[in-house]
Ligand binder design. Structure first.
Ligand code: GDP
Length: 330
């Protein structure tokens, strides 16, 4: 299929044909084969002008916090309002162990079979950078295919969280009701990424959830989070019960408040910055790959690393020596 025919299927095919074309397009984007990459780039170039129409919502939290329960409940509620919802994932574990703790379709049984929903498990494209890149590209194709809400989930590993925050318009952090008891356990870095914090499973222990909400609210203030956003938006802290569907309406209202506060111009600016930062992230990753693959670097790397580790060679001298192998001056 030519990229143009592909795009036509995505946009104008019957629901089944469009869904098939979308799934196949994402498989293509996930492939590492150079021929596939070329085709994928041709498709992405066509998709780009017709993408960008969705609200992009990032979501994170430790395993078991209730991400899939929440996404299923929210997704179904949004579909009932007339939205089309795509769910994508960035699973840092799949790139390390080959196993997956995210994106398993069976986790969202009702949403995954809904004709207005599209769920795609996390790709396993080598390193985390590759996984995140494939997800980011998948998001664009989902948008071209008419999904107007894209949810991107990840788990609590710093790097994957910033990757997701850097591909979405808004980043939500899910917490357990005991979160307030152990604030140390909540990494400041992740709190800094959050535009909205949600205490889930409030039904289990309403008092604990209320305490957690209060503690998180004051720590948001203490940490001075929300800087760098228009008029220093302070992340709101909500509580809900995904399992019982309680608080979902309030959640969506808080999302709308955030979006209204940000304004369309800010979102466009943020997306432009994100696109540039992705470009450099991928350039850097490519340079590093090429660098490591260089024969002279390969020949010298192990010995030089050992000397640096043993304190026999200054790190900066070692770096200069390795870079010189590729005629790069530092
Ligand atoms: P994930 O690993 O973050 O995707 O978490 P899951 O959505 O798989 O949820 C883990 C467990 O917590 C499941 O047994 C859910 O039924 C349960 N759970 C999720 N949300 C709630 C909630 O709001 N209240 C209660 N009581 N249990 C919940």
């Amino acid at each position: 299929m030519t990229p143009l025919a592909w795009l036509h299927q995505l946009q104008h095919g019957s629901p089944e044909a469009s869904r098939r074309a979308l799934a196949k397009a994402i498989t293509l984007l996930e492939s590492d084969k150079p021929a596939h990459r070329e085709q994928a780039d041709a498709l992405l170039t066509l998709v780009q002008p017709v993408s960008g129409g969705a609200f992009r919502l990032g979501l994170s939290g430790v395993p078991g916090v209730g991400k899939s329960t929440f996404i299923e409940a929210l997704g179904l509620a949004l579909i009932a309002q007339g939205h089309r919802v795509a769910v994508l994932a960035v699973d840092p574990s799949s790139s390390l162990s080959g196993g997956s703790i995210l994106g398993d379709k069976t986790r969202m049984e009702r949403l995954s079979v809904h004709p207005q929903a599209f769920i795609r498990p996390s790709p396993a494209r080598g390193n985390l950078g590759g996984v995140a890149e494939a997800t980011r590209e998948a998001m664009l194709v989902c948008e071209a295919s008419g999904y107007d809400v894209v949810l991107v989930e990840t788990v609590g590993v710093g790097q994957s969280e910033s990757a997701v925050a850097n591909m979405t318009d808004m980043f939500v952090l899910l917490q357990l009701p005991n979160a307030g008891d152990d604030l140390q356990a909540i990494k400041r870095g992740v709190m800094e990424l959050a535009d909205l914090i949600v205490v889930n499973k409030a039904d289990l222990d309403p008092d604990a959830a209320t305490r957690a909400q209060a503690t998180l609210t004051s720590s948001v203030r203490l940490l001075g989070l929300g800087h760098g956003q228009p008029e220093a938006h302070k992340p709101e802290v909500l509580q809900l019960s995904a399992l019982h569907g309680q608080g979902l309406g309030e959640f969506w209202q808080a999302v709308q408040r955030y979006r209204a506060h940000q304004g369309g111009a800010h979102v466009q600016h943020k997306r432009r910055q994100q696109a540039l930062s992705w470009m450099w992230e991928r350039v850097n990753a490519g340079l590093q790959r090429a660098f490591r693959a260089h024969p002279q670097v390969q020949a010298e790397l192990a010995a030089i690393e050992q000397q640096v580790a043993q304190g026999k060679l200054p790190a900066s001298t070692a770096a200069r020596r390795l870079l010189a192998a590729q005629q790069i001056k530092a």
